[in-house]
Design a protein around this ligand. Sequence first.
Ligand code: UFG
Length: 329
Amino acid sequence: MAILVCGGAGYIGSHTVRQLVAAGEDVIVADNFSTGHRRAIDPAAKIYRCDIRDKDALKKIFAAEKIEAVIHFAAFIEAGESVRKPLKYFDNNVCGTEILLEAMVEGGVDKIIFSSSAAVYGEPERIPIDEDDQTLPVNPYGSSKLMMEMMMRSVAAAHSVKFVSLRYFNASGAIEDGSIGEDHHPETHLIPLILQVPLGQRDNITVFGTDYPTPDGTCIRDYVHVLDLAAAHLNALNYLRGGGSSDFFNLGNGRGFSVREIIDAAEKIVGKKISTVFGERRPGDPARLIASGAKARRILNWTPRFDDVERIIATAWRWHSTHPFGYGD
Ligand code: UFG
């Protein structure tokens, strides 16, 4: 039986597809290619061009293929954009998931692993953040992820579907051979933007805010390698196969790095000074987000391999320096 990966052409999805294929799984990708890249998909995976809001298209896939489980990455991901265009996020992320769940229930598929986010917590009540801490998103992106989780919980209670919700902290890095990596248009994430400076694609990096209540005044995040995130999906799949119950897991390293520390680490990796400008705070940025990864380690048996931020940035640099224009599509 096959694993259906919705959004398998995206950044985290494409790395997960690679690992599923390497683990001997039969992989089918469904992607509408609105933000994903065909060239990011492992050639061993079968591809359907399909939007998860298109129920007929999904039903055809479920009828044509024997699907054991769904891994669901298909969502918009930019918190800032979600403030300006909330309905875009509720349509794709929430309505899309609802239709996907309908198709799964009707098609008798009973396992789903899906991308959630640290954004469900909003401004955290304590650090490190535990899965049971209050979820109070501060932007429509985070709300859309929380609504997806609530939907999953209700569907799991009413039908025989089981889910694992993986709340990613700051996904970063790339596969070690540099063959696939992060390619967003426009790019909004810190590490790829920093690396555009030594690539000669931008003059400097702007630090958003230097007056946060942190040791150096800049925001602190928990950077977690995309290969470690991908591996967690395989662990979650095996957890559900082994009869594990529906649950939520934070995926982070449990260590925080400030924006300044990330710029310093990037300078070491690229061997050049990175021109830096200090700007205003970006609205909606919590000062510190650090995961407690204890539950994922304990229950999913998940051990991140990349706990060193320089190693993470080195893999990102390998990808960006060998693919300065990403996939070029
Ligand atoms: N930052 C800058 N300058 C930039 C870009 C970012 O200083 O040019 C700062 C941000 O203010 C933030 C940090 O770098 O403090 C990281 O910013 P990112 O945009 O890379 O990541 P976010 O922490 O904002 O968001 C990420 C994911 C979201 C997810 C969130 C949850 O992109 O999808 O983590 O923690 F919701």
